[in-house]
Each structure stands twice: as C-alpha cells, then as structure tokens.
Design a protein. Structure first.
Length: 156
C-alpha cells in the first residue's frame, strides 16, 4: 500500500490549518489567544474603540469583552518573525525567501470585581499602528514594547 495518499492528506491538512490561522488576523480581524479574560481561546472578532471602552466582539462565537478605558493598566506590544519553513518543505523552497510577522497586543486591566486580568490578542498588521496610537491616546498610557525591533516596526 502506498504512503503517498497519507502524505498528501497530511500536507493538505497542515496547509489548511496554516491558512486558517493566517486568515484569522487579516483585514480588521483580531484573534484572542489567551489570558484570564472570559473568552474562548482562539476566538476571532474585531475591536471597537469607543469613548469609554474597548470592545472585542467575536464573529465565530457568541462572545464579547468590554474593557473600560479607565480600567486598562498596561498596553504591551510584541511581534514574532519567522520564515515559512513548513511551506518551503511541502511546496517549494522559494517560500524560505519570504517571512511572516505576527503582531501581539497584551492588555492588563482590572475587572468590575477589582481582580487583575490579562488578555493576549493577535492583531492584523494593517491596524497595529493606528490601534496602538488610539489606545495610548485614549488611556493616557505609554505602550510598552517587548523588543526594540517591535518598537521600530510599530512606527511609534
């Protein structure tokens, strides 16, 4: 029995999962990755920054999170760069020439009960700069960068 169909199925499944993860943070999408916030892991949705609160509204789940701007204690930004090694192995070595950059926003805040909470989001590259500027201005907090490279790429 040939192992070719099994390899093809595994390759297709890995590509599909890679594309699904990439699609989650395109355009104005945001993905909740984890933390103590009452949201399901990997919930995808959008941010809305109002005059009194930052709201996350899930699109693939009936979930949401409202954080009053006065409750936010810290804004952190980080990023992770990497090569597309999996695609290079599975499809073409040319993918080694391209890279991907993931953008992470971490918010630390105090909930209504007075407990410290934290939420880690992956944000699309198209909205990182404007979101960081708007959050910093609305909360009167300085954004803390995980690395010097993250600060340079955020154009802050």
């Amino acid at each position: 029995m040939s192992r070719y169909p099994l390899r093809l199925a595994l390759l297709f499944a890995s590509l599909l999962s890679a594309v699904t993860v990439a699609v989650a943070v395109r355009g104005n999408a945001v993905a909740f990755l984890g933390g103590t916030a009452p949201l399901p892991a990997h919930a995808c949705g959008t941010f809305h920054l109002g005059s009194t609160a930052l709201t996350f509204k899930g699109k693939n789940c009936l979930c949401g999170l409202r954080i009053p701007l006065s409750a936010i204690r810290s804004i952190r930004y980080g990023e992770k760069s990497g090569r597309r090694v999996g695609l290079a192995i599975g499809i073409s070595p040319a993918f080694l020439l391209s890279h991907k950059r993931r953008h992470f926003l971490t918010l630390f805040y105090v909930d209504q009960a007075g407990r410290s909470e934290g939420a880690l989001f992956e944000v699309s590259k198209g909205q990182v700069h404007s979101l960081l500027k708007a959050l910093s201005a609305a909360t009167h907090l300085a954004v803390k960068f995980e690395t010097k490279e993250a600060e340079i790429h955020a154009h802050f």
